[in-house]
Design a protein around this ligand. Structure first.
Ligand SMILES: NC(=O)c1ccc[n+]([C@@H]2O[C@H](COP(=O)([O-])OP(=O)(O)OC[C@H]3O[C@@H](n4cnc5c(N)ncnc54)[C@H](OP(=O)(O)O)[C@@H]3O)[C@@H](O)[C@H]2O)c1
Length: 308
């Protein structure tokens, strides 16, 4: 370990090295991946700053975390968030994500940030349907700053199964349009561990990591595992694309996002079985967490009847 560094022990992961005076910025810190990254960094003694457009959460509200309030469209807040930062994690989402990546990247460049880590998506280098295309555009805007970059390109998150919880609890059924697509879904804790490694270790500049879980699973496979863990018989019901889009919109998703989701689902169905990559074990020095592990970690979501 280089002199003058702090050690961050992620349990099964190798020790990580961070310069003690450097400030790390985490955007999207209230979300699924960002909150896990903040939690890990906070245990390291690192100086952490977050950029939030809403009040913090218990994971964020701690003395070691400095909060800047504002959205990615708030130029002054974004500039304030970047000041004095050495490395930053960009988590952007939705149809405006490339524009937000560009705005965050420009502010990082002006502030002298050294290294940007971006949460992207598997297939962003190829584009295709809307979501990988948005991320490809975002990656290109960040790369155009000339700063050191690491692009994390995860496959589908295991935690997408949260969307099945209400109907599984209520009726033992989950609905979707994934058909026979078999996806090596990745545990969000593994994405967070890789993000922390990229933010705190040397050797990740100029890299794009296509990270996945360990085995391709269909939606029906995942539902069966959730049922085994919950001690109930669960069933996956495939629906047509129009029904799936209506369900997403009824659940509160904006039309543009629902259209993007169904186009991604169509591409995943056409791909059939996506093989896992070996990057999580290579980067973290241990096996990738399984979907069963995610199901065990979140068993309470799938047990009992839904609240009325
Ligand atoms: N789900 C998957 O299977 C999958 C797979 C591969 C890649 N991805 C990518 O992963 C990313 C999502 O990660 P996640 O699950 O951690 O997301 P998440 O839980 O939805 O969190 C996103 C965070 O970004 C913040 N945010 C969004 N727009 C903002 C804005 N204009 N100003 C300030 N903050 C803003 C949100 O703030 P608020 O808390 O205020 O809402 C939220 O905290 C997306 O880019 C997605 O394409 C997802």
């Amino acid at each position: 370990m280089a002199p003058g560094t702090l050690t961050l022990d992620l349990g099964t992961s190798p020790d990580l090295e961070i310069a003690p005076m450097s400030t790390l910025l985490v955007t999207g810190a209230r979300g699924n991946i960002g909150s896990r990254v903040v939690d890990r960094l906070a245990k390291s003694g690192a100086r952490i700053r977050v950029l939030l457009r809403q009040p913090g959460t218990p994971a964020i509200d701690r003395p070691s975390v400095e909060i800047i309030r504002g959205s990615y469209d708030d130029t002054a807040a974004v500039s304030a968030a970047m000041a004095g930062v050495s490395r930053a994690l960009f988590i952007t989402a939705g149809p405006e994500l490339a524009r937000h990546d560009g705005a965050l990247g420009a502010a990082a460049k002006s502030a002298g940030v050294e290294h940007i880590v971006k949460l992207s998506v598997l297939g962003a280098d190829r584009g295709g349907s809307e979501i990988p295309s948005w991320h490809r555009d975002g990656e290109q805007r960040i790369a155009a700053t000339g700063l050191a970059t690491t692009f994390l390109r995860p496959g589908s998150f295991a935690s997408n199964a949260r969307g099945w919880a209400a109907t599984l609890r209520a009726a033992g059924k989950a609905f979707g349009a994934l058909g026979a697509a078999a996806l090596p879904v990745i545990h969000p804790d593994d994405i967070a561990d890789v993000a922390v490694a990229a933010l705190t270790q040397s050797g990740h500049a100029g890299k794009a990591y296509e990270i996945t879980g360990p085995e391709p699973l269909t939606a029906a496979d995942q539902i069966a595992i959730l049922g085994e863990v919950a001690g109930r018989r669960f069933e996956y019901v495939n629906v047509d694309d129009d029904t799936a889009v209506r369900g997403m919109i009824d659940g509160g998703m904006p039309r543009a996002m629902a259209d993007a989701m169904i186009h991604l689902i169509q591409a995943l169905r056409a791909a059939g079985r996506l093989p896992p990559t070996e990057l999580v074990p290579q980067l973290l020095g241990r096996p990738a967490r399984t979907f069963r592990q995610w199901a065990i970690d979140n068993a309470a979501l799938f047990q009992g009847k839904a609240a009325p």
